[in-house]
Write a protein that binds this ligand. Structure first.
Ligand SMILES: O=S(=O)([O-])[S-]
Length: 140
């Protein structure tokens, strides 16, 4: 059975309908408490690091964590005062995920163009899971 609409078309369509931020734009707002970076990659992809302060919400659970009607709802997503900026490895999954959350009614959601790869390439601050634990322990 041929694929009649490929991933590239899906990603391009999503990108045309969502808010896309460059690494530079996100870095400029990283310390803003109204901004929440959301890493939607699989847990095994986090071992090499993530954006400092990012919340991990695997793409497979995203719709269920966002919807207050879901038994898996995570209250962090109910904060309408925050803008949630999703990212993945290179920006494809997060484009699709951002479009899905937008379709669910979220207006405070956007995506990081180029994903974690572009973030690292441009020298954005990162932390490993171990560094994250140490940082959180210091803050507690
Ligand atoms: O979805 S991806 O851009 O990380 S390959």
């Amino acid at each position: 059975m041929p694929i009649t609409k490929g991933f590239r078309a899906l990603v391009d369509e999503a990108m045309a309908q969502i808010k896309n931020y460059s690494v530079q734009e996100v870095r400029a707002r990283l310390a803003d408490p109204r901004v929440q970076l959301v890493d939607i990659r699989d847990v095994r992809e986090l071992a090499a690091g993530t954006v400092v302060g990012a919340y991990h919400a695997p793409r497979g659970m995203l719709e269920f964590w966002v919807d207050p009607a879901s038994p898996y709802h995570k209250p962090i997503f109910a904060d309408e005062g925050k803008e949630f900026i999703l990212f993945c490895g290179a920006g494809w999954r997060s484009a699709l995920a951002t479009k899905t959350l937008q379709d669910m009614g979220m207006t405070n959601v956007a995506h990081l163009d180029g994903g974690y790869a572009e973030w690292v390439k441009q020298g954005g601050p990162t932390e490993t899971p171990e560094e994250r634990e140490k940082r959180k322990a210091k803050q507690a």
